[in-house]
Design a binder for this molecule. Structure first.
Ligand code: SF4
Ligand code: SF4
Length: 444
């Protein structure tokens, strides 16, 4: 769910919600092969008169409601697309102006913006720095790997433009993170990708996104799949590129996903721990320590990102922008009431409620919780529908990293709350050992 109630703020219960606003909808200046959003241009009937640019009226309504719906020390706005920089710097100057207009006393307002980087220039970077935006920059690795899918409308790679953006972001000291799509190609070149991001891009924070799409994703909403059509884990038709595959050829396979994470984890552990920030690994360390996983995909309940289109239509999640998952429109309802609505809550809690038996019995349920429900379109080995397509890869990675994460935590004086090497598991093993040696002594 998208609201967390925690401690008090300003004498009242703290409340927080999160929306990914798409002020230009799915419109983009480039044409990445695997973009899950470009197809929304047809799905959301943009052609039937829905303006792809968020009007000033909708923008102000949104900012006002988003602030009014929260009671917390920091309110974070997220701007996505499509490509939001197509709107120009002045559009975002207006955003900042409206945020100031509604900013409550003692509350900080922060912004993050996801971009393909190709339109960034000095003016943009000065603005982003001045207003302390956190920029998410999409880059898939070295030139060959990046250009394989991240192409412009003429089919040419965008690598050189994105590298210019990298230099500009560094030059202006803009706070940024890299977002790298793990597809059928990048997944097989894990070290090249990681070392490139570390050494050439000097990425302050690496985020990796597994690319998983069924061939039917343009028209079929997640979780409306027929149970009888779901293939069993291990079925060859789940391998991308296979002639009869049900997933798009650019997807990462479950095994390749696990291998990708393991390869990078080992390199990070050997050389870069404490120096390079890899979002998944930091999140695992937090979770093993007993804290909540900061990533919605690996958390118990869905926690991040209702999505809002330029006309004010709101959807349960960025990955669920389909008519079946529309929760309302900010011109008719308040954002807060949509975030608290029974449908939205059922969506959030469904993540754990709908786990398969295989997940419930899994050693790494605490770290995974069946990952994102939009990827749960296969059957377990026992035949139960609703298992995550990436399950085998996730399990392989967690089993591989378990011991090292426990070691890192102990070495830094932290508790190990979960995993095969947790404090309680070790205590139990010690007790069993002393019982055994006591029995041994009694026999002699
Ligand atoms: S559906 Fe997936 S991406 Fe959306 S909030 Fe849930 S876990 Fe996150
Ligand atoms: S690793 Fe697989 S079985 Fe375990 S919780 Fe994740 S999806 Fe479920």
């Amino acid at each position: 769910m998208h609201i967390t109630q925690g401690p008090q703020f300003n004498g009242k219960a703290s409340k927080r919600l999160h929306v990914m606003a798409k002020p230009i909808g799915a419109a983009c200046n480039i044409d990445c092969t695997y973009c899950y959003y470009l197809s929304k241009q047809d799905l959301l009937e943009y052609k039937k008169g829905c303006s792809p640019v968020m009007s000033d009226e909708t923008l102000e309504t949104y900012i006002r409601q988003y602030i009014a719906g929260q009671n917390t020390a920091e309110i974070v706005f997220s701007w996505q697309g499509g490509e939001p920089t197509m709107l120009g710097v002045d559009y975002f100057r207006r955003v900042v102006e409206l945020q100031k207009k509604y900013q409550p006393k003692g509350v900080t307002i922060a912004n993050d913006l996801q971009t393909n980087g190709t339109l960034l220039n000095d003016e943009w970077c000065q603005f982003l720095k001045q207003h302390n935006f956190l920029v998410g920059l999409s880059i898939d690795g070295p030139e060959m790997l990046h250009n394989a899918y991240r192409t412009n409308k003429a089919g040419r790679g965008t690598f050189k433009q994105v590298m210019k953006a990298v230099e500009l972001l560094h030059k202006h000291q803009v706070n940024f993170a890299t977002l790298t799509c793990v597809n059928n190609l990048t997944s097989c070149n894990a070290l090249e990708v990681y070392r490139f991001l570390r050494d050439e891009v000097r990425s302050p924070q690496m985020q990796f996104i597994p690319i998983v799409e069924q061939k039917s994703f343009r028209t079929t909403a997640p979780q409306t799949w027929l149970p009888q059509e779901q293939l069993k884990q291990g079925d060859k038709r789940l391998i991308p590129g296979n002639k009869e595959s049900i997933v798009e050829p650019w997807c990462v396979s479950d095994q390749a996903w696990g291998n990708f994470l393991i390869t990078i984890f080992d390199e990070w552990l050997a050389n870069d721990i404490g120096k390079v920030f890899v979002q998944y690994f930091e999140a695992c360390v937090e979770r093993w320590m007993g804290r909540k996983n900061p990533l919605c995909t690996l958390n118990e309940i869905c926690g991040k990102g209702m999505a809002m289109e330029p006309n004010g239509d709101v959807y349960t999640c960025d990955h669920y922008v389909y008519p079946e998952y529309k929760t309302g429109n900010i011109h008719q309802q308040q954002l807060e009431s949509m975030a608290y609505s029974p449908a939205q809550q059922a969506f959030g809690y469904g993540k754990t409620r709908n786990l398969t038996e295989q997940c419930r019995g899994c050693d790494y349920q605490f770290a995974c919780y069946g990952e994102c429900p939009k990827n749960r379109f296969i059957r377990t080995q026992a035949g139960e529908p609703g298992l995550n397509y990436l399950c085998a890869g996730w399990h392989k990675f967690f089993a591989h990293a378990d011991r090292s994460i426990a070691y890192i935590l102990r070495a830094t004086g932290n508790p190990v709350a979960f995993g095969r090497y947790s404090d309680s598991a070790l205590q139990q093993a010690q007790q069993q050992k002393s019982v055994k040696s006591a029995k041994f002594e009694m026999r002699f």
